[in-house]
Design a protein around this ligand. Sequence first.
Ligand SMILES: [Zn+2]
Length: 153
Amino acid sequence: MRLSEHFSLDEAIKSDTAHRLGIDNSPTPAHLLHLKHSAAGMERVRALLGGRAIIATSVYRGAALNQAVGGVSGSAHTEGWAWDFHHAVLSDLAAARLLAEKADELDFDQLIYERGRCVHISFDPRAGRGGPRRQVLSQPGGPGSRVIVGIVS
Ligand SMILES: [Zn+2]
């Protein structure tokens, strides 16, 4: 199933851990709608970054998978709002910087440059009151470490 022109449900739910542990990472109907909404946001990301391929590394983590990977409960990934990705050509840092510069042209909740790991972006329209929060953040120490405002390498 396609979520949008360039993004598929398969790439949004694939997980080595789910495969290894036999966890069914299929979305609930509500989460599938979120995935379609966030895939539309990723189409915008793709266009803003020059129209080259986006490589999704981790998107949907249903409750069972999130528990198995020790993910933060309530993470935007558990509801289908967040995408971790690399760009086909740009480094994670360059992609995050470009998106931060073009933040006004994109409705997103949080953009996080996770150094050494990925670019994370989420699209939950209800996360902020009165419109998208457009928070631009960095996590130079990787997952679980301190979050800093702005894109910091
Ligand atoms: Zn993420």
